[in-house]
Design a protein around this ligand. Sequence first.
Ligand SMILES: Nc1ncnc2c1ncn2[C@@H]1O[C@H](COP(=O)(O)OP(=O)(O)OP(=O)(O)O)[C@@H](O)[C@H]1O
Length: 205
Amino acid sequence: MELRFSGLSKRFGRRAVLRNVNGAAKPGEVLVVTGPNGSGKSTLLNILGGLLRPSQGEVSYLANGRALPKEEWHRHLGVCAPDLSVYEELSAMENLRFFTQVRGLRLPDKELAAVLEQLGLKGADFSRPVKQFSSGMLQRVKLAQALVHRPEVLLLDEPSSNLDEAGHRLLKELVMAWRERATVVVATNDPREVAWGDRVLELAH
Ligand SMILES: Nc1ncnc2c1ncn2[C@@H]1O[C@H](COP(=O)(O)OP(=O)(O)OP(=O)(O)O)[C@@H](O)[C@H]1O
């Protein structure tokens, strides 16, 4: 699924955060969005994910030249962002079950477990309430939630937050593997992650 956005602007009250931002990414590509703190990276990803309405401009996801209707975006997009939360009282498995059902899918537990394992979580942790998890483990659950329905577009906002070195390596492997089959957008200021970009969009203040 090809992502295209043009003329994007966002104002919060009188404050202009994004001004006439344009970009695109095709399947097989990583688009990196970078820029100083407060430049609007998260705002842009929220708009691309359909979670925030732009003040101006258009976002489209194209499959075989046809634009995906907005009400279908959530089935095809996977989003991991700092302000997206998981349900703390639920276990990692229950969270994944919930997020797949929201997307109209019913996946066998074996498949959910495989995604958690892929993110480096151990079987003994699958059924503990995630409120007992460390922030790095929680980030792994959030990444699992973004991947579990095998989306065609992956939107990752600061994906390595709270991850250790091993977690960072795992994330790199995941992004490289997903790029083979999906369109990936990463918002980051980490130079190692900026280097993943086939395209880099630099936002300014
Ligand atoms: N809902 C909102 N209401 C008002 N202002 C907002 C809102 N969301 C974001 N902003 C403002 O928009 C600006 C851009 O924020 P955003 O989080 O998109 O930047 P960022 O580049 O992701 O920053 P960081 O690198 O610190 O994560 C900031 O000044 C922020 O205060």
